[in-house]
Design a protein around this ligand. Structure first.
Ligand code: AMP
Ligand code: ZN
Length: 461
C-alpha cells in the first residue's frame, strides 16, 4: 500500500498519516450552524471532507466520522458578543429555534444526498450534549482556567501555554484579531465564553440550568465535548474551513488540552474558501450566498456538476465562483459521462498501473486535480475498453460522480434527459406534485416511467 500524506495545519507540513488504532480512523468534521441553508462555500468544505473520508476508505481504513450540528450558542459576534444565530433565525422566520434547527438540518442532509456526500456515522446536536459541555467546563473551573464576568464564564487564554500552536501567529496578532469586539470585563482579548448567562429580563427559547446559573453554552465547547465523547481514544483528524483555524479550533484545543492534559487530535486539516466577486468570501452573514438550489438546481443543472467543479481545485487553494465556471463544469462532466458511455457496459479488470498513479495522486494530500488528469490519461490509454471501465468505476469510489448510475441509464434526447433529471431532483427533494407533473410531460413525449428503489427507469413506449 502507498503511504498516505496529509498537510497538517498544526505543523504546517505534509506528514505521513498514522492512525492511533491500527485500521480505524477517528474523523471529526465541524458541522453547520443551522439557522439558514448551507451555501456552496460551506458545501465546498463538506465535499473536501467527503473526499478525505473516501480516500481513507480507499486505503482500507474503517472511518468513524462525527459531525456536529450547532443548534445553539453560536453568536453573531464571532466569539462572545451579539445574538445567538438560532434565536435570530427564529425571529426572522417567526418559528421556534427548534423548528429552525430541524428544518435546516434536514435541508443540509438533502444537500449531502444531492452531492453524493457520504453521511457521517454520527450526527450530534449541541443541544443533546449540554451535560457533557457543563462537565467539561466544571473540569476547567477546577483546574483554574476559568473566571466569571457579568455575562458568563470565560476561559482565561493566558493560562494555556501553547495557545497559538495551531494558528502559528504571535500572541499580539491573535489578540489584535480578537479585539474587534469590546468587552471590558475580559482579562485578555482572546478569552472566550464557555457559558453565557441568560438575560434576567428576557427569556430565551433555549436555556439550561447549570452550576453558574441559567444560560447556554458558548460555541466552541460543544466540539470539544463531543469529540472527547465520541472519539476519546481515536483523536486522529479534525477538519473544517480555514476560518476555523485562528478562533474556533484554537479555542477547542485550549479547552480540551486544558481539561485532559493530553494532545487533542494529531492532524488538523483545513479547506480553503470559495470566494465570490474577486476574492470576497462567501458567507451566510453577508447575504451574498448562493445555495445549491439557486446556483444549480433551479437552472436544471445536476448538483454533481458542483462536486466535479470542486474536484478541479486543490482543497487548499482558493476557488472562485462564476456562472461560467459552473457551465464549463457541466460540459466537462457530461463529456466524461459520454466518454465512459463509449466504453460499453462490459467490465474487465482494474488496471494496476493506473491504480498506482491514482493512489499516488489521492495519497499526496488529496490531489484531485491530478486525479482528473489520470482519468483522462486512462481514457486515452492503449487498453481494452472493459478494463478502462472497471478502472474508472474503481476510481469513482473516491470521485463520487455516480458514473455507474449514469451508465445504466438509457441515452435519451436532450429534452427528455433534462425532464428526467428535473424529476429526479424533485423526487430527491420530496416534491411529489412537481414530480407527477414532470411524469406527465415525459409520458407525453412517448416514454414510460417506473420508480424503483434504485431510481426511475425510463423506457420508450
Ligand atoms: P458555518 O455553518 O458557518 O459554521 O460553516 C460550516 C463550514 O463551512 C465550516 O467548516 C466553515 O469553515 C466552512 N465555510 C464557511 N464559509 C466558507 C466558504 N466561503 N468557503 C468554504 N468553506 C466555508
Ligand atoms: Zn467545531
Amino acid at each position: 500500500m502507498n503511504k498516505l500524506y496529509f498537510y497538517n495545519t498544526l505543523t504546517r507540513k505534509k506528514e505521513i498519516f498514522k492512525s492511533i488504532k491500527k485500521s480505524e480512523v477517528g474523523l471529526y468534521t465541524c458541522g453547520p450552524t443551522v439557522y439558514n441553508f448551507a451555501h456552496i462555500g460551506n458545501l465546498r468544505t463538506y465535499i473536501f471532507e467527503d473526499i478525505l473520508n473516501r480516500v481513507l476508505f480507499y486505503n482500507n481504513y474503517k472511518v468513524k466520522r462525527v459531525m456536529n450540528i450547532t443548534d445553539v450558542g453560536h453568536l453573531s459576534g464571532d466569539q462572545n458578543m451579539g445574538e445567538d444565530k438560532l434565536e435570530k433565525g427564529a425571529k426572522r422566520e417567526n418559528k421556534t429555534t427548534w423548528e429552525i434547527a430541524e428544518f435546516y438540518t434536514e435541508a443540509l442532509k438533502n444537500d449531502f444526498k444531492l452531492l453524493n456526500i457520504l453521511e457521517p456515522n454520527i450526527w450530534c446536536k449541541a443541544t443533546d450534549y449540554i451535560k457533557e459541555q457543563i462537565d467539561l467546563i466544571k473540569i476547567l473551573e477546577k483546574k483554574n482556567y476559568t473566571y466569571k464576568t457579568s455575562d458568563g464564564i470565560y476561559y482565561d487564554t493566558s493560562k494555556f501555554k501553547d495557545y497559538n500552536k495551531l494558528s502559528h501567529l504571535d500572541l499580539d496578532t491573535l489578540r489584535e484579531g480578537a479585539r474587534i469586539e469590546i468587552n471590558i470585563e475580559k482579562k485578555n482579548p482572546t478569552d472566550f465564553a464557555l457559558w453565557k448567562f441568560s438575560h434576567k429580563d428576557s427569556k430565551r427559547q433555549m436555556e439550561w440550568d447549570s452550576p453558574w446559573g441559567i444560560g447556554f453554552p458558548g460555541w466552541h465547547i460543544e466540539c470539544s465535548a463531543m469529540s472527547l465523547k465520541f472519539l476519546a481514544d481515536q483523536l486522529d483528524i479534525h477538519c473544517g474551513g480555514i476560518d476555523h483555524i485562528n478562533i474556533h479550533h484554537t479555542n477547542e484545543i485550549a479547552q480540551s488540552e486544558g481539561a485532559t492534559g493530553k494532545k487533542f487530535f494529531n492532524y488538523w486539516m483545513h479547506g480553503a474558501f470559495l470566494n465570490i466577486e474577486g476574492g470576497k468570501k462567501m458567507a451566510k452573514s453577508e447575504e451574498n450566498f448562493l445555495t445549491l438550489e439557486n446556483a444549480l438546481i433551479k437552472q436544471g443543472i445536476n448538483p454533481l456538476v458542483y462536486r466535479f467543479l470542486a474536484l478541479q481545485v486543490h482543497y487548499r487553494k482558493p476557488m472562485e465562483y462564476s456562472q461560467e465556471g459552473i457551465k464549463n463544469a457541466q460540459k466537462g462532466l457530461n463529456h466524461l459521462y459520454n466518454q465512459v458511455m463509449e466504453l460499453g457496459k462490459e467490465k474487465g479488470e482494474v488496471d494496476n498501473n493506473f491504480k498506482k498513479k491514482f493512489l499516488e495522486a489521492i495519497n499526496d494530500d488529496l490531489n484531485m486535480p491530478q486525479v482528473l488528469g489520470v482519468v483522462q490519461e486512462l481514457l486515452k490509454a492503449n487498453l481494452v475498453n472493459k478494463d478502462k471501465l472497471k478502472t474508472i468505476l474503481d476510481f469513482d469510489k473516491v470521485l463520487g460522480l455516480r458514473i455507474e448510475e449514469n451508465l445504466m441509464q438509457e441515452k435519451f434526447l436532450d429534452q427528455v434527459q433534462k425532464l428526467i433529471d428535473l424529476r429526479k431532483l424533485a423526487r430527491d427533494k420530496k416534491e411529489f406534485i412537481k414530480s407527477d407533473e414532470l411524469r406527465i410531460e415525459i409520458e407525453k413525449l412517448g416514454y414510460n416511467i417506473k420508480d424503483t428503489k434504485d431510481g426511475q427507469i425510463v423506457k420508450k413506449i
